[in-house]
Design a protein. Structure first.
Lengths: 795, 149
């Protein structure tokens, strides 16, 4: 099959950007339905409290109020379900307390919804909601995961002892790892916090639900990453309505970063209420609500130890993590700190013995779930911090230490994939390659010379490395099922050729900023030899497409794109039969190239458009062939894909203030084959910005009462463009051997690789001035860095 | 949130004490108080109007004076609720004679904020608290000056 019209590998401008940058995007909040009503949620101001009374009398009399519902009204409805199951080490299933749609007499985090008020306008609903009087009896609060497991800690759920959702381990038996550690010449130990982050997509969550009485059918417009997943969970697991009587539409969605991958209580409440009041109900989060009710990310407390032999070869890795899951389980919540974290502990290294032990913990905080990278940034942070710190402690070069421990190059075709100690089989890799390229871009030797000179002048210059790997293209269903996923993780792609040769593609991969409408169109244009203008990519409507598992885990191109390719192959195969009949030739003698079916070695040909028309106007047509040209394919990947790369940060730390100036940031990413280099670069830039955001700026701070103290943009520091130097990006291409596009995924790479590079650079800068600091808690604010420098100096 | 402050006032401890224990004076000198009504011995219901950055908050709730040691110290307990969140505070107020005509008034306490109030800008709220403290002392000084004249 040909890919010759040059559309693959070309930086085609994003077709969706015209509507986005001209304000013509259509987001959920833009959708106004006839007889529209609006909802406002009364949320808990306390992190943990019994509700001793709810007084609705005044609120009911407020202007424009249509209905008010409390937890009692929805008590008979199932709670919000969890999509993944993680087992205790002893085989017991995880603790999965009910997550009620509205609080059931008890609130468990600030922002927990208690009452919904529905009124004629959003302002009237909000006014009335403020008149709802809730009486609370405050209860003791637990915030920190490592504290929550201690005896006597307050219980978030009475029936979950020690707040432990699960304890889980992966890798080699701990005794073997302990033994290997015994034999180590050097052990680097790091105790650290991977702090909690708020996703902050630019579009707040928004839902609009209505019930069509005539057809007994519900519709929910929702700012989600996964329309079909929401349909499955909402219809079957929550409301118990037949799946075919619920339509989910995810229109334009302004970013998700994982936080819109969850099924939220508000979606269910609105859908349920829309039937009760027989009018459409809309709710759009205010930013202050987003901060306390969107799922958060990260929040690990970890002790990690890496043992080395005298030459610097890694012998063993031992990890203990307390993962904060928040008050309730998110859709992917339990899986993020286990299957997406523990499985990445091999990194790029040949570490022979690994044991990772994770305790998932409930606390009186907002639910923690996937946030760009989801588990993999936490794993990468751990490994890459250890590597740079070990190099400093052992007096070795951090780049050379990595080279010594890298898994040697393998393409997954001529050389087999690499089996890790932690359940994964890497597909293909050339880890030396990305590091060498990064060092070259940096000008490593010159930099070290400059660093030495600077140190003599009292300037603290530092370089930090991060060589990461991620498991993307989620996921082979059989493996995911074995790991505890309660769904398959394939994707659907339908290619419908219209009678005039125009093509509509229906994909289960939802787009919320990734540029699918361009990248997918490039694939179709290339494979069918038609212009991009003749192709429409349709996504996000459960009534339009057969199915879809949604967008997360850098899976859209590798899994969703491949499903489209499979349908294109079927289109061409059928097209050949139609063309052969028209050309009075044998289908096997035909080739398809540049949008034409040609009898090999002749000038006899028929265009793709003609074949399409023939398929729908089958006057001259094979007797044994159905009319039409429309195929649907499901693709279940054979393996995860494993993008990898090398990120390098150069910083200068101001001695007197601790201020960190990021001078250079180099990202060499290997995401397999690239369809649109501009979009890949854009994804890397955005991801790197978010990763540096974690290192230097962001962090959700709870006080001891469980109040999120920085729940506004005045206090939660989002990175801005002027915080960064121009990123220096490059690619290496090691194709994925197990999907036809050879692609691996690029959506999360930047976030996964960048954070430890920056922190390592700051630590390195401090060591260059004699401050032998092991760790500074992120974000590395001037104050924290300055305090770290006040420790005694080792000359 | 920690609440601390101190100021030396041009009055003897007995005079300062008298002002602080008088409900009408208190209603005048406490910033933002729109009503203060005694409902029992040393307990009051109050309405406050306080502007916190972008949020204009109307608070209502109770206040109590506890652990009273005549002319020396007392604890002010405040429970206020509003549409933007709730505030609970316990503040110990100390009077220390500097000399016959001067008293150092200091306070030390903790305020627990919840709801939007807690999430929006502790720095803003800290600044507001400082401003309110300053206003309180300025008002108290005025009251003392007026009674002296």
């Amino acid at each position: 099959m040909s890919t010759t019209n040059g559309m693959i590998g070309k930086s085609v401008k994003r077709v969706e950007d015209k509507r986005f940058i001209t304000g013509k995007g259509r987001y959920t909040d833009d959708i106004v339905l006839p007889l529209q009503t609006h909802a406002s949620f009364v949320r808990s101001p306390y992190a943990h409290a019994n509700i001793s009374g709810i007084d609705l009398e005044v609120a009911k009399t407020m202007p424009g109020v249509i209905a008010i519902y409390t937890g009692a009204d929805v008590a008979a409805i199932n709670g919000v379900p969890c999509g993944w199951q993680v087992n205790f080490k002893n085989g017991d299933t995880m603790k999965e307390p009910k997550h009620p749609l509205l609080a059931d007499g008890k609130v468990r985090h600030v922002g927990d919804p208690i009452v919904v008020v529905i009124a004629e306008t959003a302002a009237l609903a909000k006014d009335a909601a403020q008149m709802v009087m809730v009486d609370y009896e405050e209860l003791p609060v637990v915030i920190n995961a490592a504290e929550a497991v201690k005896t006597g800690a307050p219980l978030v759920h009475e029936d979950v002892p020690n707040n432990i959702c699960y304890d889980w381990a992966l890798g080699n038996p701990i005794a073997e790892v302990d033994q290997a550690m015994e034999e180590a010449a050097h052990i680097t130990t790091l105790e650290f916090v991977n702090q909690r982050l708020v996703a902050n997509p630019i579009e707040p969550r928004s839902y609009n639900a209505f019930y069509d009485e005539a057809n007994e059918k519900y519709t929910l417009y929702t700012s989600t990453q996964s329309p079909h997943l929401i349909r499955l969970l909402l219809s079957t697991f929550v409301l118990g309505i037949p799946e075919h009587k619920l339509r989910i539409v995810g229109p334009d969605v302004g970013g998700g970063f994982g936080s819109k991958g969850d099924h939220y209580a508000e979606e269910a409440v609105l859908t349920w209420a829309s039937k009760n009041i027989n009018r459409p109900v809309k709710w759009t989060a205010e930013r202050s609500e987003s901060f306390i009710s969107d799922v958060h990310g990260r929040d690990h407390v970890t002790k990690a130890e890496m043992g080395f032999d005298a030459e610097g070869k890694i012998l063993a890795l031992r990890v203990k993590t307390y993962a904060n899951l928040g008050a309730y389980l998110g859709t992917f919540g339990p899986a993020v700190p286990t299957y997406l974290y523990g499985t990445l502990m091999q990194g790029l290294y040949t570490t022979p013995k690994i044991n990772v032990d994770v305790t998932g913990v409930f606390t009186n905080t907002t639910t923690v779930d996937a946030y760009r990278g989801a588990g993999r940034p936490e794993a990468t942070y751990l490994l890459e911090r250890l590597m740079d710190l070990a190099a400093l402690e052992m007096g070795k070069d951090p780049a050379a230490l990595r080279m010594k421990n890298f898994v040697p190059p393998f393409d997954g075709v001529n050389q087999p994939g690499y089996q890790t100690q932690v359940a994964l089989l890497y597909d293909s890799g050339n880890y030396q390659g990305v590091l060498e390229k990064g060092l070259k871009m940096l000008g490593y030797e010159d930099f070290r010379r400059k660093q030495l000179e600077s140190a003599q002048n009292g300037t603290l210059l530092g370089v930090g490395f991060s060589t990461y790997i991620e498991a993307c293209g989620l996921a082979p269903s059989a493996l995911a099922g074995a790991l505890g996923a309660r769904a398959g993780l394939y994707e659907m792609g339908q290619v419908r050729v219209q009678p005039t040769g125009k093509v509509s593609v229906y994909t289960g991969s939802h787009a919320h900023g990734q540029g699918h409408e361009t990248t997918f169109a490039q694939i179709v244009a290339s494979k069918l030899g038609i212009p991009i203008a003749d192709i429409e990519i349709v996504h996000g409507d459960s009534d339009s497409m057969a199915f879809g598992m949604g967008t997360y885990g850098s899976r859209s191109l590798a899994v969703g794109g491949t499903a489209i390719v499979k349908s294109i192959e079927k289109i061409i195969e059928k097209g050949k039969k139609i063309a052969a009949h028209r050309l009075e030739a044998n289908a096997d003698d035909l080739e398809f190239d540049q949008g034409k079916f040609t009898v090999k070695g002749t000038d006899k040909s028929i265009s793709f458009g003609d074949v399409a028309l023939t398929a729908y106007v089958p006057h001259i047509y094979p007797a044994d062939l159905e009319p039409g040209l429309d195929f649907t394919s499901f693709y279940d990947p054979a393996n995860f894909t494993y993008p990898f790369g090398c990120h390098i940060a150069v910083v200068e730390v101001e001695k007197d203030t601790g201020k960190v100036a990021l001078q250079r940031f180099i990202a060499v990413d290997d995401v397999g084959n690239i369809i649109n280099p501009m979009i890949v670069e854009g994804q890397i830039h955005g991801g790197v910005a978010q990763g540096i955001g974690q290192a230097l700026f962001e962090g959700a701070e709870y006080d001891s009462n469980g109040q999120l103290t920085n729940a506004t943009y005045m206090d939660y520091c989002m990175p801005r463009a002027d915080d960064f130097p121009m990123f220096e990006t490059a690619n290496q291409i090691t194709p994925c051997p197990h999907n036809p596009l050879g692609v691996k995924g690029a959506g999360e790479a930047g976030t996964i690789g960048s954070t430890p590079a920056v922190v390592n650079a700051v630590i390195n800068a401090l060591w260059s001035g004699g401050h032998q600091v092991k760790d500074i808690r992120m974000p590395l604010t001037s104050e924290r860095v300055w305090r770290a420098m006040q420790a005694p100096v080792n000359e | 949130m920690q609440l601390t402050g101190k100021q030396v006032l041009n009055a003897a401890p007995a005079q300062v004490w008298e002002k602080l224990m008088d409900i009408d004076t208190l209603a005048r000198i406490m910033p933002g108080v729109s009503s203060l009504e005694q409902i029992g011995e040393n307990s009051f219901v109050s309405t406050l109007q306080i502007k916190l950055g972008p949020v204009n908050g109307s608070f209502s709730g109770n206040m109590q004076l506890e652990d009273i040691t005549e002319e020396k110290n007392f604890t002010l307990k405040v429970q206020q609720s509003s549409k933007v969140g709730n505030a609970n505070a316990a503040v110990k107020v100390n009077l220390l004679p500097v000399d016959d005509n001067h008293t150092e008034v200091s306070f030390d306490g903790d305020a627990r904020l919840s709801g939007i109030l807690a999430g929006m800008g502790q720095r803003v709220i800290g600044g507001v608290a400082n401003t309110l403290t300053k206003q309180f002392f300025t008002n108290l000084e005025k009251e003392l000056a007026q009674s002296a004249s």
